[in-house]
Design a binder for this molecule. Sequence first.
Ligand code: PEP
Length: 248
Amino acid sequence: MRKKIVAGNWKMNKNIQQGKELCNSILNLLETSNKEVILAVPFTHFTVLAELVKGSNLKLAAQNCHHELSGAYTGEISASMFASLGVDYVILGHSERRAYNNEDNDLLRKKIDTALSQNLKVIYCCGETLDERNSGVHFDLVAKQIIEGVFHLNSEEMKNIVIAYEPVWAIGTGETATSVQVQEIHVHIRSVIARKYGEYVADGISILYGGSCKPSNAHELFSQTDVDGGLIGGASLNAEDFISIIKA
Ligand code: PEP
């Protein structure tokens, strides 16, 4: 059985007071279930939120980490620092970091290794731009992101990888990929992984969808066989919306 996961990506939103309020509202509404619910919050919030989520089934994620564990990298934060705060996951390869911080698959591979070395699980994002989809290269592009990002790992390490398929054209735009588009690319991702690691490993990997997922479309998207949950941006900033996506 694959793990069902819903992760909220707060991005650079919510100050610490607002973050505490949102986290408390989510905790109040959250029902115990077998789903993994994750909040990817700003770095500055971990100490406070780690106390709030203690004993609950809410997990915390970082939105990035540096590719080295320590050193002269002013302003950066390392995977070992997150691990020491009780953070469980790190999102790597988000399209905003690929676009605004020039993060490519080679750098992401190093970041993934560093994160795994600290026992953080990785939510590795992939996805195409609208131009790439319109020119028909999206299947190859997503395969390349996966191959170059994670295919150096062994089968055991792959157990700590979650894939998030996030078409760039659907992120924060209100435009969602159709459930048919999402299912076909998730099947493709799983088959790329199966070719390298075999069916058993590929079947065990959770593949999330992200891109304008909201209460009104979550059920339809999550009911696809190869969609194991979602990475949620905008809608995770509202406790009721986020909870209704989790219920979906
Ligand atoms: C995201 O940034 O990961 C995301 C899915 O954003 P949104 O849900 O706002 O499209």
